[in-house]
Design a protein around this ligand. Structure first.
Ligand code: ADP
Ligand code: MG
Length: 315
């Protein structure tokens, strides 16, 4: 199969929301009046971000999901994506499953694949995603104010627990693995939450490298510190069964793709209203404070020391 047949068969779908999609030198995209483009790229490399034998359907989902998550964290509406893919060989069955997973999530979020690049090489998947956000309304990392509440969506640490199992660092029962594996393989980007938080949250980030690392980016950009209550960090019932791993998975695990955001205390009830409307748990885990650094406290208010702040490819 030629490169062009491959693109046609596996990566070409209708793109009614684009002026021009796959097939020319460039795609042509028009943003609506009053909106700005939000653009982000994320690359998934076999052996670094996933095992080469990962189910291709889940991989297609995740390749797009990690990008959609960045738009969610910005309060942007996903619109278009490009996919640069490097493949060791043309495996029809693999491509079929991969693109099915990719397009299923794309359909869920109204994302149109409008272009990309296809080459032979080590398995490598890079999506660039384009979204729209009303001018001036994006949820940036630098907007938190001292005294804002720090919130997190969903439950943290399940993806890290599933990964620890696959790495042989912990032995989960089949039922336990089944409960936490979807968080690792098919994360659900929190797009509706990002949109609902426009005008409420003062800053936001998606938790991809671990809560403390990602909250750390908000704090650094906003030039603030934070006081967090360890017991408040939301864990799944499965992760609660592994107390020796729970903090590490939930605070520094990564791959959660939940949103961490700040909002003024005066908006507390509005945030809870969003949680109810979206049927998504939103948990207040602490507050920002003047100064720098993140202090963790136990239920009695005593400082808990925690080493290791999340994933960094170069450390
Ligand atoms: P060029 O040589 O001009 O870069 P290509 O041969 O790389 O063009 O690609 C032909 C068309 O197919 C372009 O519109 C490109 O955006 C699209 N394309 C290539 N690979 C992919 C892919 N994996 N997914 C979606 N579109 C792709
Ligand atoms: Mg090209």
């Amino acid at each position: 199969m030629s490169e062009f047949d491959l693109i046609k068969r596996h990566f070409t779908r209708a793109t009614p929301g684009a002026l021009l999609g796959v097939g020319d030198d460039c795609a042509l995209l028009q943003v609506a009046a009053g909106q700005v483009l939000a653009v982000s790229s994320d690359m998934l490399v076999a052996g670094t971000h996933f095992f080469a034998d990962t189910d291709p359907y889940a991989l297609g989902h995740k390749t797009l999901a990690v990008n959609v998550s960045d738009l969610a964290a910005m309060g942007a509406t996903p619109r278009w994506a490009t996919l640069a893919i490097s493949l060791p060989e043309v495996d029809e069955v693999w491509l079929e499953r991969f693109s099915a997973g990719f397009f299923a999530l794309a359909a869920e979020h109204g994302v149109e694949l409008v272009g990309g690049d296809t080459t032979r090489g080590p398995l490598n998947l890079c999506v660039t995603i384009f979204g729209e956000v009303p001018s001036g309304q994006a949820l940036r990392r630098g907007g938190a104010q001292a005294g804002d509440e720090v919130w997190v969506s969903g439950r943290l640490g399940d993806a890290a627990l599933a990964l620890a199992h696959l790495q042989g660092k912990v032995a989960l029962s089949d039922a336990e693995y089944a409960a936490c594996a979807p968080a690792l393989h098919q994360p659900q980007p929190r797009v509706a939450l990002g949109l609902a938080l426009r005008g409420i949250a003062s800053s936001a980030i998606d938790v991809s490298d671990g809560l403390l690392a990602d909250l750390g980016h908000i704090l650094e950009c906003s030039q603030l510190g934070a006081e967090l209550v360890l017991e408040a960090v939301p864990l799944s019932p499965t992760l609660r069964c592994f107390p020796q791993l729970a903090n590490r998975c939930a605070l520094a695990g990564g791959d959660d793709y939940e949103l961490c955001f700040t909002a003024p205390c005066s908006r507390h009830d509005e945030v809870l209203g969003v949680a109810e409307r979206l049927a998504l748990p939103l948990t207040c885990i602490g507050r920002t404070v003047a100064g720098r650094g993140c202090v963790l406290q136990d239920a009695a208010g005593l400082t808990v020391h925690f080493e290791g702040y999340g994933y960094d490819h170069f450390q």
